[in-house]
Design a protein around this ligand. Structure first.
Ligand SMILES: Cc1cc2nc3c(=O)[nH]c(=O)nc-3n(C[C@H](O)[C@H](O)[C@H](O)COP(=O)(O)OP(=O)(O)OC[C@H]3O[C@@H](n4cnc5c(N)ncnc54)[C@H](O)[C@@H]3O)c2cc1C
Length: 309
């Protein structure tokens, strides 16, 4: 371990949840450190964000992510761009470790979002390792032009991915296990109006094979086995909270939250949270304000009369 640092509040995550909390905390004069693999978070995948107030024309996900970077830099938030590998509770503090750094903090805010679910079928891992199958679109967009692309899933994310790739002369198939979708009606309408997007119902993917720079999908369609040959596949079958790095006792606390804890989970990492930017931002703001209130109270009644407002 090369670096060790001590901070009042550590934040893990660079999405809207932690970005909001960090800016509110630093504006209140609290000593913070934000550690994240990157800045922007999951919204880098979004085609067009149209439900965030303040953007009447909508905003492209990647552009919104860039604006988070600019705003964090402008506010002077100290950022460590590293992946957190473990988090443990010490007697009165938390220890957050990356490969390079250990951060010791009194408060900890976890805003690590969600990770895509996998199909867990034959050939999936190999296809991913060979860059033929992806779970996030920001990794794939730069080389997806004039391609046959299969998008597996039936929710908002699958529909959003299809619309995102639509203008690049791709032939896109949304492949659904049933004939139902949980996607927003506005996205369904856009998909139905797109010439180069088709929706395939009752197609259950059984396995993937790689052949001649293509990916072959073995599919069960209404009881029959069929194959489909594609250049790329995107899997968008849902996401799950991301907290693999927590020690066992902190996972217990995640599942059984305490009201007086100095550990807070914000945004998509929360169980059963509606996954939306404004909710992540609201969580971040609320936690930051609660911490500011507690720290000021502590300082007022323990001799330090520093005014923070
Ligand atoms: C295709 C798509 C379209 C969407 N469209 C919309 C939309 O139109 N409107 C809307 O409101 N929401 C939309 N969302 C949802 C929105 O992106 C999320 O609700 C929001 O990003 C959640 O923010 P967050 O800060 O909780 O987590 P995230 O944005 O997921 O951020 C998590 C952060 O934690 C970091 N991290 C994770 N693990 C570690 C680790 N071990 N070490 C260090 N850092 C780590 C990540 O790098 C990332 O910076 C969309 C999502 C997708 C996938």
């Amino acid at each position: 371990m090369k670096n060790k640092l001590i901070t009042k509040v550590a934040l893990i995550g660079g999405g809207p949840a932690c970005a909001t909390a960090a800016i509110q905390l630093i504006r209140s004069g609290i000593d913070i450190t934000l550690v994240s693999k990157e800045i922007g978070g999951t919204i880098r995948n979004a085609n067009l964000v149209e439900n965030l107030i303040g953007y009447p024309e909508g905003v492209v996900g990647k552009n919104l992510a860039k604006s988070f970077q600019l705003q964090l830099a402008k506010a002077g938030v100290p950022i460590i761009l590293e992946e957190v590998l473990t988090v443990e509770q010490l007697s009165n503090n938390y220890s957050i470790r990356t490969a390079e750094t250990e951060i010791i903090s009194e408060y900890l805010i976890v805003g690590t979002g969600s990770v895509p679910k996998k199909l867990k079928i034959e050939g999936e891992k190999e296809a991913f390792q060979n860059s033929k199958l992806f779970y996030e679109i920001y990794n794939v967009k730069q080389f997806s032009e004039k391609k046959d692309i299969g998008i597996i899933g039936s929710g908002d994310v699958a529909y959003d991915y299809a619309l995102n790739l639509q203008n690049l002369e791709n032939n896109i198939s949304i492949i659904r296990r049933t004939d139902k979708t949980s996607s927003l009606s506005i996205l369904q309408k856009r998909v139905n109006n797109a010439d180069n997007i088709i929706v395939l119902n009752n197609h259950v993917i059984k396995k993937f094979e790689l052949k001649d720079d293509k990916i072959i999908l073995d599919i069960e369609e209404d009881g029959k086995l069929v194959t489909m040959i594609q250049d790329l596949v995107l899997v968008a079958i849902g996401r799950k909270p991301n907290y693999d790095f927590l020690s066992e006792d902190l996972v217990y606390e995640y599942n059984n939250p305490k009201t007086d804890s100095k550990l807070n989970f914000i945004g998509d990492v929360n169980k059963n949270n509606f996954r939306q930017i404004s909710i992540a931002m609201g969580d971040g703001m609320k936690v930051a304000m609660e911490i500011v209130k507690e720290v000021i109270h502590e300082e007022r009644y323990h001799g330090d009369s520093r005014e923070i407002w």
